[in-house]
Design a protein around this ligand. Structure first.
Ligand code: AKG
Length: 252
């Protein structure tokens, strides 16, 4: 049987090679502004040190729609499988001098390698968790860009949670200078961080983490426990969104 090439062939190649892909202009200016306002509202009354609030799909339909945002969700499903689900959906706000600024991979290092061992380039590592960051501001060096080390999802190295990091195969830390409405999608194993916000303005980002179905959901960084989305949100969701929210009609 002829295998049809994915419409995401180029992005899939980039994701597996570099560890990340930037999708440009995926949100309209109106949606971007509404999401930013919704996140600002979620942080109302919180101190400047608070950086995450969630789960954001509980905060209105504009956030529910983002769970299965067209153009992004199809790509996520190609990588994680058509039965993938949401792991967490946090709004981020970083105020002056703040940021998730220690270099890390999300959750855990899945495939550690000894220092003198490298992955054979023919091996394509499975992807278990993917992070989608929707930018709600034009991201400058001053506002604190997401920074990544290209290809480092294949390094298999434990990071020391420091604010400095070395190169990986000739690639040093690189800032993703995106615009409001763009979305960065990356393999959770990529070395990354949010550089500190040096400006006087708050920086808003919508983060959505997706997981392969067999991985336990996180849903909120505040309540790292068994979580069920509110019934009215599940009831009005389409079938795909219900699945992403953890409704499981499949036994195996
Ligand atoms: O704030 C950022 O740009 C990066 C956030 C981050 O490190 C993460 O989502 O794991």
């Amino acid at each position: 049987m002829l295998k049809t090439e994915s419409v995401y062939a180029e992005q899939l190649e980039q994701l597996h090679r570099d560890g990340y892909v930037v999708f440009r202009n995926v949100l309209t200016p109106e949606k971007t502004a509404a999401i930013k306002e919704g996140i600002a509202e979620a942080f109302r009354g919180k101190g400047p040190e608070v950086m995450l609030q969630g789960p954001m799909f509980e905060r209105g339909e504009i956030f529910e729609q983002l769970v299965d945002h067209p153009g992004i969700i199809e790509f996520i499903e190609e990588v994680l499988g058509s039965d993938c689900q949401l792991s967490s959906m946090n709004g981020m706000r970083t105020m002056k001098h703040n940021g998730v600024s220690k270099w890390h991979v999300d959750e855990a290092l899945f495939f550690p390698l000894p220092d003198d061992v490298e992955l054979d380039p023919r091996i394509q590592m499975p992807v278990y968790l993917m992070n989608a960051l929707y930018y709600l501001d034009d991201i400058t060096e001053e506002l604190g860009p997401t920074q990544v080390v290209t290809g480092s999802h294949r390094a298999g190295k434990h990071l020391q949670f420091s604010e400095e990091i070395g190169d990986y195969k000739g690639h040093g830390p690189m800032s993703i200078l995106a615009n409001a409405g763009d979305c960065l999608v990356f393999n959770s194993q990529l070395w990354h961080r949010g550089a500190p916000n040096l400006s006087d303005a708050p920086r808003y980002v919508q983060q959505i983490i997706y997981r392969k179905k067999f991985i336990v959901p996180h849903m909120s960084h505040d309540v790292n426990s068994v979580y069920k989305p509110p019934v009215h949100i599940v009831e009005r969701a389409n079938a795909r969104r219900q699945r992403l929210l953890g409704v499981n009609r499949q036994i195996f």
